[in-house]
Write a protein of this length. Structure first.
Ligand code: FAD
Length: 398
């Protein structure tokens, strides 16, 4: 099998425990490189929700996983790790983490059980895969392998520095599989708005956002956390938007910086500040309402001199301030690159894969597991559950 990420490791362990001789090839020196980065090093390993909720959080082809989730769902994942001596804890939004908060511990228990089950890990990059008369030929940088079964678990194209560079798609296509066009998902959005270029990881909690198409249609709305960083608009809320929307080119992002207040309430709040302190200048008012980085650029955006006393502002200027606070416009030009994407949308077309086995409907003996398939979930542990589920099913069926 190729790929020693969460999907490949699960498939290898399951197949080896069934008595198969398993050789697990990975281009990295050590397995599970991306797994160590997950959940900011804490590994949000699944979501403790029922299968229906799980499926609704998988944006593309969630229904393909119905059968597989009954074979190995999130409760099986939690029980599996508990059986390996790794207790878990459940946090806000049903997000499950190792009790130790260490992704390293998740990987260590997997490597330990893989070793015990007899999985033979080899650090070799696969450069070609072919299939002739029922046998797969797997060529690596140093050897040639032959096998009647092959599991491709090479991941997607996101964070390519971790080893997943999209090779699995090329082999699947060469073997006759259709590849649904790939794109970065759970990725910050790129903006052309000049002031965002000078923002440095500005985290704005409790914002409202809307994404409006060129024709004025509302494509996305939500409430939560966003991050503005050097020309990119990311954070949990906008990562979700990036997965839900195939294209945001030419769209406008509107940020509500004061979602708890209506425009009238905000206007009143400003009036109250002025009553309390008639000499208040605009720069000081902005500092009361906004984080420093934003307060600094607001005068330019609103065409108001920062030293102007708020009491001297014309009604139109005050309205303009309120408008910007409630609906700060940012122009979007597209999704960020794969190198910043948590996940890849698109991949091996699941129509050509048996949902009960993860086996190819075109080539007997060929199986797929993990991100290489056209399955992608939202944040919350759904993507790792896709890896455990499809890995288990492929390893049980091959
Ligand atoms: C920063 C970050 C944080 C994340 N956090 C979470 C989280 O908290 N919870 C969650 O559910 N999901 C999270 N994800 C997503 C999750 O990591 C992926 O869904 C998951 O790793 C996919 O597993 P996989 O086994 O399919 O692929 P991968 O983990 O990408 O593993 C694929 C393996 O295949 C190997 N490979 C590729 N090509 C070749 C080749 N030619 N020869 C040999 N080997 C090859 C690679 O080296 C790699 O080791 C996160 C992703 C990122 C980038």
């Amino acid at each position: 099998m190729v790929g020693a990420g969460p999907a490949g490791l699960t498939a290898a362990i399951t197949a080896a425990q069934r008595g198969y001789r398993v050789i697990m090839l990975d281009g990295n020196r050590l397995p599970g490189r991306k797994l160590l980065l997950t959940g900011k090093g804490r590994c949000n390993l699944t979501n403790a929700c029922d299968n229906d909720l799980m499926i609704s959080n998988i944006l593309h082809n969630g229904k393909f996983l119905i059968n597989a989730l009954y074979q190995f769902g999130s409760s099986d994942t939690i029980a599996f790790f508990a059986s390996l001596g790794l207790p878990t804890k459940t946090e806000r939004g049903n997000r499950v983490f190792p009790a130790s908060d260490q992704a390293r511990d998740v990987l260590d228990v997997l490597l330990n059980i893989a070793d015990k089950a007899g999985v033979d890990f080899r650090s070799e990059r696969v450069i070609q895969v072919s299939h002739e008369r029922g046998i797969f030929q797997i060529k690596t940088t140093s050897s040639l392998y032959h096998s009647s079964r092959l599991i491709i678990a090479t991941g997607g194209m996101s964070y390519p520095a971790t080893g997943s560079t999209g090779d699995g798609y090329r082999w699947a296509a060469a073997l006759g599989h259709r590849i649904v066009p790939t794109r970065p998902a759970l990725v910050p959005l790129v903006t052309s708005t000049a002031w965002i270029k000078v923002m440095n990881r500005l985290l704005l909690k409790n914002c409202g956002v809307e994404i409006i198409s060129k024709s004025g249609r509302k494509l996305f709305s939500g409430f939560g956390e966003i991050e503005l960083d050097q020309g990119m608009a990311g954070g949990a809320l906008l990562l979700t938007a990036s997965s839900q929307l195939d294209s945001v080119q030419g769209c406008r992002l509107l940020i509500d910086l004061k979602p708890a207040l209506s425009p009238e309430q905000l206007q009143n709040r400003i009036e109250r500040e002025v009553e309390r302190k008639p000499g208040l200048i605009t720069a000081d008012l902005l500092r009361k309402l906004l984080p420093a980085a934003l307060a600094g650029i607001f005068p330019q955006l609103s065409n108001i001199k920062p030293g102007t006393r708020v009491i001297d502002l014309k009604i139109k200027a005050r309205k303009r301030l309120v408008e910007l606070l409630k609906s700060l416009p940012v122009e979007l030009t597209g999704h960020g690159p794969f190198s910043k994407a948590v996940i890849t949308a698109g991949g091996v077309d699941v129509q050509e894969v048996d949902p009960q086995t993860m086996g190819s409907r075109l080539i007997p003996g060929l199986y797929f597991a993990g991100e290489v398939l056209d399955l992608d979930g939202l944040t919350g542990g759904f993507n790792l559950q896709i890896a455990w589920t499809t890995g288990f099913v492929a390893g049980s069926s091959c």
